[in-house]
Design a binder for this molecule. Structure first.
Ligand code: NAD
Ligand code: UD1
Length: 333
């Protein structure tokens, strides 16, 4: 298939482009480089032997985006482009609604005009909110989101599902990611957080590389085995493989499907910390702090639907996730 990948130079997008190319798909990337660097393209070429076509285009620029559709006729779109910092979204909600909603609507309108009817969308487990029991099942539907970022994911899910009602030929797969971490095995394609990382593993990586003094563990009084928060961490390459399966599923089926992508297994903050200590061979200092507002105790996926519909199961464990994250951090210094 010839696939348009928006946000394709980003963390998950770049790893997905590699997996798509390894599976014989043609990839065309659109990204405005707001949160990624142009040298990612060379890294993709180093890994796959091929340089993907790239357009430095903002999805908010309707005409610019449409010009890419005039040049290429796409079989499908994988839509990663968006802002993702939860804290920033609370401070600047309109920025998030404009980019993640108005940008997406531009894309969907142009897809409609050019009759591109297959879509895979990056959603998040954040849409479950704290309304449901673990493991989170797709059939629970949408919970109460606690920040504008989460609400943009929920709104995109609703828009995509309404587009599916309006046009029964559309085929969309909404993937609800749990906690993607790690990097590709060569240590070239990982995550570069902007400013102070909000997420656990990028923060640990900065403690290990000496940029931060210690990890702040947000609470050890949750109802979990060691009292710290439990999450379903998934290796970014596993997540990338799930996209290949999802786009191939969309090529063969019509309708809208919502599918969790996680491992189905939860790890506590301290378990992740210890796995990272094993990977880097040194002790990582930490301090227990108060709970972070908005956090839930436990979050992990029911992975049955991904297995049944996509034949997808995550392969990599927490040790491999931390080893690959550490290799990427070492390469980036
Ligand atoms: P990322 O920031 O590394 O990648 C997003 C890419 O989109 C970046 O390269 C950025 O430059 C680009 N972009 C942003 N706005 C754009 C615009 N208006 N026009 C063109 N390009 C634009 O993030 P990621 O971690 O790779 O996440 C990819 C997607 O997955 C996002 O939609 C994110 O919300 C979603 N997601 C991520 C996580 C996570 O933990 N990383 C979890 C759940 C969902
Ligand atoms: C967070 C977002 C979620 C988003 C996801 C993207 C919040 C409340 N949730 O999820 O909306 O989709 O990132 O990946 O921001 N932790 C520490 N110290 C740290 C950082 C994290 O102890 O410095 C703990 C957290 O309390 C949590 C776990 O580590 O228990 C994972 O946190 P994080 O990586 O931020 O992910 P989520 O909170 O699951």
């Amino acid at each position: 298939m010839r696939i348009l990948v928006t946000g394709g130079t980003g963390f998950i997008g770049s790893n997905t482009c590699v997996e798509l190319m390894k599976n014989g798909h043609e990839v065309i990337i659109v990204d405005n480089l707001y949160n990624s660097k142009i040298d990612v393209l060379e890294k993709i070429e180093n890994i796959t032997g091929q340089m993907p076509r790239f357009y430095q285009t903002d999805i908010l620029d309707h005409d610019g985006l449409e010009s890419v559709f005039k040049i290429h006729s796409f079989d499908a779109v994988i839509h990663f482009a968006g802002y993702k910092a939860v804290g920033e979204s609370v401070e600047k909600p309109l920025l998030y609604y404009r980019n993640n909603i108005a940008g997406s609507i531009n894309l969907y309108e142009i897809m409609h005009k050019y009759q591109v009817k297959k879509l895979v969308f990056s959603s998040s487990a954040t849409v479950y909110g704290d309304d449901f029991e673990v493991p989170f099942k797709e059939e629970y539907g949408l919970g109460t989101t606690t920040n504008p970022y989460g609400t943009t994911k929920k709104m995109n899910e609703m828009i995509i599902s309404d587009m599916g009602y309006a046009d029964p030929e559309i085929s969309s797969v909404i993937l609800r990611y749990f906690n993607p971490i790690g990097a590709d095995e060569t240590g070239l394609l990982g995550e570069h957080p902007n400013g102070i990382p909000n997420n656990l593993v990028p923060y640990i990586a900065q403690v290990v590389s000496g940029q931060r003094d210690y990890l702040r563990v947000w609470g050890d009084d949750y109802d979990t085995p060691d009292g710290t928060g439990v999450r379903d961490y998934i290796h970014v390459v596993d997540l990338a493989r799930a996209h290949v399966k999802a786009i191939e599923y969309a090529a063969e089926h019509i309708g809208t499907e919502v599918i969790n992508i996680g491992t189905g297994k939860g790890y506590s903050v301290l378990e992740v910390l210890h796995a990272y200590e094993k990977a880097c061979g040194k002790e990582i200092p930490y301090k227990i702090m108060d709970r972070r507002p908005g956090d839930i105790a436990v979050c992990y996926a029911d992975t049955k639907k991904a297995k049944e519909l996509l034949g997808f199961e995550a392969e990599y464990d927490i040790d491999k996730m931390c080893q690959d994250s550490y290799r990427f951090t070492q390469n980036s210094i």
